[in-house]
Design a protein around this ligand. Structure first.
Ligand code: NCD
Ligand code: ZN
Ligand code: ZN
Ligand code: ZN
Length: 425
C-alpha cells in the first residue's frame, strides 16, 4: 500500500505575505496540509523533490462557463475541468446557463449540481442566475452567489436596472452578487452608428453600468457586490471607492488589445471587448493586492465564432499567463498567490481554499519558472479546440497539480477522473 503521506521537499512556497523555502507534509486521505516546516522527515512518506520548484496554492477561477448542460458540444464539466487542471486551476465557480434550461430556477440549479457532481475533475461551486422576475427564487436558492447580467444576452438571463435593484435588495446581503455591467441602452443606440464591436460596446457603456450597479448596491445597504471582467482603469477606481465591492480582471484583457484583432479576426470578439493598447496598459497598472483574476472561460466552437459568438476559452491559460507576467517582472509571486487564489477564496468564502497553510486543502501547483513551453489548444484541453494564445512561448511550466493531496495533473496528462471534484461549501 502506498503511504497516504506526501512531503514536498525544499520548494519555494508562495504566500500572500512572502516566499519561504520549506517542506510541506500532506495527507492525501484527509486531503489536507498537515505541517509546513523547514525540515520534515519523510520516513514512511512519499518524498517529492521540489528544490528547483515553486509551490503555488491551487488557482481559483471564479468565473467560467462550462456549458453543461446547455451545450456540451463545445464544453462540459468533464472537459472544462480537465482544461482547468492543465492550467493549475483546482477550483472553479461556474456561471449559470442561458438556456436548456436557464439556471434561473431551483429545479434547474439542482439538476446542474447533480451533473457537476458526476463530471467535475476539480472542485467547484455553481452560481444561480438572475432573471427579470426571479428575485424570490434566487434568494431561496441556497446558491453561494448570484449572477446579474446588465446587458442583453438574448436569453432569460438578463436584467433591467430596476430588476437588478430588486435582486440587490432580496438576495442575502453577505453573499456576493456578480455583475456583468454594460449599458444596453447606449449599446443599442451605438449599433445604429458603428459596426466595430469595441465602438458599439465602448468603454463608456461599461463605465455607466458599473457606476449604476455600485450605486444600487450601496442603496441596498451593506450588500456584497462583485464586478465581473473590468476592462478600464476607471471601473477599478470606482470599485475601490465602494466598501463592499470586489472586482475581477480577465488576463485576456491584460494581454490582448484591439491591435491583436488583425491576427485574431473573428476569434477576437469578446464581451466586454478588447480595448485599445493605452487602456490595456492602464488596466495593468491597476492590478494590485485587491485584484481577483478570472478567465471568464467562454468556449465556443470556431464555426460559432465565425458567426459572431463572443468569448474566449481561458481557464487553462489564466495561471500560465500570470506566471509569464512574474517572469517578466510585472508581478511578484506573493501578489500572484493573492490574485489567483487567496482573494477569490475570501471573496467567495471558499472554505479550505486559497492558501498553502496548515489545515487548508492540499491544492498545490508545482511550477518550474525556468522552463519555457508553448501554449496550444492541444495542451489546454478545452473541447472548443482553439485559444487566442496559440503558439505563445512562455516561462513557468506547470509540472504537477495536486487536488486535495492527490496528483490531478502530471504536467502532460490529467489524472483526476470525472467525479473527483467536490462542491466547495
Ligand atoms: C460569455 C459567454 O459566452 O458565455 N461571453 C463573453 O464574451 N464574455 C458571456 C459573458 O461572460 O458575458
Ligand atoms: Zn531541503
Ligand atoms: Zn460577462
Ligand atoms: Zn462570463
Amino acid at each position: 500500500m502506498k503511504s497516504p503521506f506526501i512531503v514536498f521537499k525544499g520548494g519555494k512556497i508562495a504566500t500572500p505575505l512572502g516566499v519561504r523555502r520549506a517542506d510541506v507534509l500532506v495527507d492525501s486521505k484527509s486531503g489536507r496540509i498537515l505541517r509546513i516546516s523547514s525540515h520534515i522527515l519523510s520516513k514512511g512518506a512519499r518524498a517529492i523533490n521540489c528544490h528547483s520548484l515553486i509551490l503555488l496554492p491551487g488557482a481559483i477561477d471564479p468565473h467560467v462557463h462550462m456549458r453543461d448542460p446547455e451545450d456540451t458540444s463545445k464544453e462540459s464539466f468533464s472537459t472544462g475541468t480537465a482544461s482547468a487542471l492543465s492550467g493549475g486551476v483546482t477550483t472553479i465557480i461556474d456561471m449559470p446557463c442561458y438556456r436548456n434550461p436557464a439556471t434561473t430556477t431551483i429545479p434547474a440549479y439542482n439538476k446542474k449540481r447533480a451533473i457537476a457532481r458526476k463530471k467535475c475533475r476539480c472542485d467547484y461551486q455553481l452560481r444561480f442566475g438572475a432573471s427579470e422576475r426571479n428575485q424570490k427564487e434566487a434568494a431561496r436558492s441556497n446558491s453561494p452567489s448570484l449572477k446579474v447580467f446588465l446587458a442583453d444576452t438574448g436569453s432569460e438571463l438578463s436584467c433591467s436596472y430596476a430588476a437588478a435593484a430588486r435582486h440587490f435588495a432580496a438576495f442575502p446581503k453577505e453573499k456576493p452578487i456578480c455583475v456583468h455591467a454594460e449599458d444596453s441602452a447606449r449599446i443599442n443606440a451605438r449599433k445604429l452608428r458603428f459596426v466595430e464591436h469595441e465602438k458599439v460596446r465602448d468603454k463608456i457603456s461599461a463605465q455607466i453600468a458599473c457606476e449604476k450597479a455600485l450605486k444600487f448596491a450601496a442603496r441596498a445597504g451593506r450588500r456584497r457586490i462583485h464586478m465581473c471582467h473590468l476592462t478600464t482603469a476607471k471601473e477599478v477606481d470606482m470599485c475601490r471607492r465602494h466598501q463592499n465591492a470586489t472586482y475581477e480582471i480577465n488576463p485576456a484583457h491584460l494581454h490582448l488589445c484591439i491591435d491583436d484583432l488583425r491576427d485574431l479576426g473573428f476569434l477576437g470578439k469578446v464581451n466586454p471587448p478588447l480595448r485599445d493598447r493605452t487602456e490595456m496598459k492602464r488596466l495593468w497598472r491597476k492590478v494590485g493586492d485587491d485584484t481577483i483574476m478570472a478567465s471568464d472561460h467562454a468556449p465556443h466552437l470556431p464555426r460559432q465564432k465565425k458567426s459572431g459568438a463572443p468569448g474566449f476559452p481561458g481557464v487553462g491559460t489564466l495561471l500560465p499567463l500570470m506566471l509569464q507576467a512574474v517572469h517578466s517582472r510585472k508581478l511578484t509571486l506573493p501578489r500572484l498567490a493573492r490574485i489567483t487564489s487567496y482573494n477569490a477564496a475570501r471573496a467567495f468564502s471558499l472554505s479550505g481554499k486559497g492558501e498553502i497553510a496548515e489545515g487548508k486543502d492540499a491544492d498545490i501547483v508545482l511550477v518550474d519558472m525556468a522552463r519555457k513551453w508553448r501554449i496550444s489548444a492541444k495542451n489546454r484541453l478545452s473541447k472548443c479546440g482553439w485559444t487566442p494564445f496559440e503558439g505563445a512561448e512562455i516561462y513557468g511550466k506547470i509540472e504537477g497539480v495536486y487536488l486535495r493531496g492527490r496528483l490531478a495533473y502530471d504536467g502532460k496528462k490529467v489524472l483526476s477522473r470525472a467525479g473527483n471534484g467536490k462542491e466547495v461549501k
